[in-house]
Design a protein around this ligand. Sequence first.
Ligand code: G7M
Length: 343
Amino acid sequence: MTSEIVTTGISEPDTQKIPYDLKNFKLSKILSNNTSRKTVVVVGSFPDLSEDDLALIILEKSAFTEENVSTDSKKSFFANLTTVENDLLNNIYGSFRCFPSENDLNGIKTTVVYPATPKHIQKYSMRPKFIIRETPELYEEVTLPFLTKSQFSLDWVYNILEHKQELERIVSEDPDPANGFVLVPDLKWDGKAVETLYLLAITHQRNIKSLRDLNASHIPLLKNIRESGIKAIQEKYGIEESRLRIYFHYQPSFYHLHIHFNPLSNEAPGIFCEKSHLLDTVISNLEMVSDYYKKATLSFVAYEGQELLDIYRKKGVISGPLNEKNGKSEVDEPNAKKLKLDK
Ligand code: G7M
């Protein structure tokens, strides 16, 4: 197997011009506000750019790094306290609101999708969830035709593979067309605290949509991603193999094969058992039965309002009323002009 690992730097600020000014954002709706994850998702617009295009913004308070609390570091919380407000003092207990001056301690990870499609907005809205037990027949009859006609654009994936975007963030790359992949930080990771490290391995092969398409011929690819990914992470971030969670999502949001890497310390969204499939288990299943994922019933989660859920409801697989908005196809258009938002 030809395998070439190139380790480059990450988390250098991107020097591209930002096409919108966050200060001009006008809020239309809060889609979700997760107090334990300290994340809020809002939708609105940049009226200076367009009245019609919608912007989806995810704000997330950053996790602490060890440096943030090290009293040896000039960047630490303790070295940078400007204001300490006293909330309560009672016996041995004290509660304060502290305001550090250092930017690193106050950064808010901000993810923007602009223009956002109705599908993006639906993805981040809080809705009831349902489990769908997808047999191989249901995959062929229902899921596959649906995802073929209606899926998120893969342009961002091809931009990474073709070195058009995120080049400076690449952690390692194996250019082999059959077994190669690119390892990059996930959009969700701020590139700072290794405790919340989140990398994605994206295959150079473009014809594997998801776990469902895997068979024994892909074992060398999967083992290469496993071994080379672990090696690169160990070298660059000092995280041992035994501390890594390496897995697929089913259903994924993007139908080009990719594998998630994060340390166990990162309780990343989507690691719950109805969504994630450990790479080791997938390899082992394929070693035992070469077409395991063609034969298996795979359960996945669908959300209220998702067109796929309604298609399954029409089939009688899931009960519940159909969503009126889903009478028509859920198209991945570049703007969301038709979307009506309640204020
Ligand atoms: O659920 P699924 O397995 O499809 O996960 C896709 C992952 O891709 C998510 O964890 C996203 O945060 C990540 N992602 C999505 N986009 C649009 C980008 C992107 O443009 N760059 C990077 N590096 N990751 C992305």
